[in-house]
Ligand binder design. Structure first.
Ligand SMILES: [Zn+2]
Length: 187
């Protein structure tokens, strides 16, 4: 498998850009993250800490998730956490997208056709009925993330793990917003 999978956590207000530092502090206090990734991996992110399995619940009976980069095979997938923030809202989708046009109910194209209106709100164009729908009005069924700020947990397969209620509560308390999560499969 060439594609990478990730679990993305994001606040419900897609236009709000949250400060990353307080989020980082929360993740560190809960030991969800440990040290930054080694510089030679050329990827920004954090290795997971000892609180990781309290913050994310694995649904299989014996999760076999690699938590540290391999020294000899740095290309081998392992689970790490990355924070991202952009001054504008982004719609992140992957090959696993399962969403329908709110108007005609037909399945949206993969990747979806995204436009921006005058107020920089994202619109999704449907090739079946020709209508533009607000990205916020689409039921993305946990297969897209619409946000300015997000936390990605890389190399988690679709449905393999879910964030604990405790983590979602903590993120909400810290940011004042509800958080959602989705799975994105790339490639
Ligand atoms: Zn349509």
């Amino acid at each position: 498998m060439n594609g990478q999978s990730r679990l993305i956590l994001y606040p419900v207000d897609p236009l709000l850009e949250l400060a990353l530092q307080p989020l980082l502090k929360l993740l560190q206090q809960q030991s969800i993250i440990a040290q930054p990734l080694p510089a030679d991996l050329e990827r920004e992110g954090y290795q997971v800490g000892e609180g990781f399995f309290d913050a994310f619940l694995f649904l299989g009976c014996s999760p076999s998730v690699e938590l540290t980069p391999s020294i000899h095979h740095p290309e081998q997938p392992f689970c790490y956490l990355q924070r991202e923030s952009t001054p504008y809202c982004e719609l992140i989708t992957g090959s696993n997208l399962k969403a329908a046009c709110p108007s005609c109910k037909k399945r949206l194209e993969v990747p979806p056709v995204v436009k921006q209106d005058k107020r920089k709100e994202l619109l999704i164009y449907c090739g079946h009925c020709g209508c533009d729908s607000k990205a916020l009005s689409v039921a993305w069924r946990k297969t897209a993330a619409l946000s300015s700020t997000r936390i990605s947990l890389w190399n988690i397969f679709e449905g393999e793990a879910i964030p604990s209620d405790r983590l979602l509560d903590q993120l909400q308390q810290q940011s004042g917003l509800l958080w959602r999560y989705s799975y994105i499969v790339e490639g």
